[in-house]
Design a protein around this ligand. Structure first.
Ligand code: EPS
Length: 401
């Protein structure tokens, strides 16, 4: 079973991660991890912090000559901004002139954090609840993604909407129709060319206008995004327990991303309004067992069907507002404006990249649960033997005697 932990405060020295359970001999380079870290930093509407940081992962253990050793992998991403926070964030007992933060921002973890952990300074909550932590998750996810690539599984994403601005064309309908081969990587390649990771030029322009308006008003925006995976085998996940269902795990990891408030798989919430006949995917045989459509988004009964996995999620607007809404000062409970803090105006494009990383993690977990060996070679043997014999087994099992 693979697992990971991240550590690190937003303005501490560094973010770190420990990853366990990957097979040996998986090729991986710093450049590969860093290319995904750079994708997370992009997007029109980010704040000044992204101008300070150029996130780079340093590999501390578990990888030798660009291949995994099977031992725990540890990574570190230094915070360049630490230089400006050494006194304010010192782990030593030498407090500089630290101004305590006493006014919580609605929508952030400020108030729940000080209530729960018994703090006298909201800074103590801000630091770990910051979305800065997702840089470590993207580094972790890129190792999972590298593993999946060895099995022909690719992952991609695009932004569907920001601030209620949707594209003219609904790109996912094509995916639900299941009419042509689809490589999830290709949607990311197209989206990465856009400043807000959308697929149409005039859609991008409209969104940028809306972000400019939000900035002018001192406000923020959220939006929706799709993450997809293609090239999957049938049979990842299981229906035998609540915590072995692939879709349940996907929902969990997406909801764990900062500011994500909802997630759906396949046609998701739209199923509520459709007939059953327009909701499920008819089974056909055309050289292989296949489906006419992929409305289920690649998962039935908590198990991958082999068709692309399609996840949609919604990110709420960033909680830090330059024209703040109401709060109270915890020193006297008087009504005041919520605190301003350097932040992003929009982070939906970054959120989609984080979604890719989390989906990669879950898929790598279920791939290794089913096929995992100590080395990549052993894992590939298990995978190939299962995939090659799948249809032969069905034929044999159901043959009329
Ligand atoms: C982020 C770093 C943060 C924020 C943002 C995400 O840096 P700072 O707090 O120094 O400006 O830009 O975090 C939030 C929006 C949030 O609400 O926590 C990053 O690296 O992604």
């Amino acid at each position: 079973m693979i697992r990971f932990l991240t550590a690190g405060e937003s303005h501490g020295k560094a973010l770190t991660a420990i990853i366990e359970g990957f097979p040996s001999n998986l090729p991986i380079t710093n450049e590969y991890i860093n290319s995904h870290l750079a994708r997370r930093q992009g997007g029109y509407g980010r704040g000044l912090r992204m101008k300070i940081e150029t996130d780079k992962a340093e590999i501390l253990s578990g990888i030798r000559f660009q291949k995994t050793l099977g031992s725990p992998i540890s990574l570190m991403i230094r915070n360049s901004d630490w230089e400006n926070w050494i006194e304010k964030m010192s782990p030593e007992n030498k407090k500089g002139r630290v101004e305590k933060i006493t006014i919580p921002r609605p929508g952030h973890a400020d108030l729940v954090g000080v209530s729960k952990y018994n703090f006298d300074d909201i800074r103590n909550s801000i630091e770990r609840s910051s979305a800065r932590e997702t840089a470590a998750r993207v580094a972790v996810g890129s190792i999972a993604r590298r593993l999946l690539e060895e099995f022909g599984i690719t992952i991609g994403s695009f932004v569907e909407s920001i601030g209620g601005i949707y594209p003219k064309k609904n790109f996912v309908n094509e995916l639900f129709d299941n009419k042509k081969d689809f490589d999830a990587c290709e949607i990311s390649e197209a989206a990465d060319k856009s400043q807000v990771r959308v697929l149409e030029k005039d859609h991008e322009e409209k969104i940028i206008r809306k972000i400019k308006l939000a900035k002018k008003r001192g406000d923020t925006l959220g939006g929706t995004f799709y993450v997809a995976a293609s090239g999957l085998p049938v049979g990842l996940g299981s229906f035998v327990h609540f915590d072995t269902k692939l879709d349940a795990d996907i929902a969990h990891v997406f909801m764990s991303i900062n500011a994500v408030k909802g997630v759906e798989i396949g046609t998701g919430f739209a199923c509520a309004d459709a007939f059953g006949s327009a909701s499920h995917d008819e089974i056909i045989y055309n050289k292989n067992i296949s489906r006419k459509t992929n409305r289920a988004g690649g998962i039935e009964g908590g198990v991958s069907t082999g068709l692309p996995i399609i996840v949609r999620a919604v990110m709420k607007p960033i909680a830090t507002l330059m024209s703040p809404i109401a709060s109270i000062d915890l020193t006297n409970f008087n009504a005041v404006d919520a605190r301003r803090e350097r932040s992003d105006f929009v982070a939906v494009p970054a959120c989609a990249v984080i979604g890719e990383s989390m989906l990669a993690w879950v898929l790598a977990k279920y791939l290794l649960l089913k096929f995992g060996g100590d080395s990549l070679e052993e894992t590939k043997d298990n995978y190939n033997s299962y995939c090659k014999k799948l249809e032969t087994r069905i034929r044999k099992n159901f043959k009329l005697k």
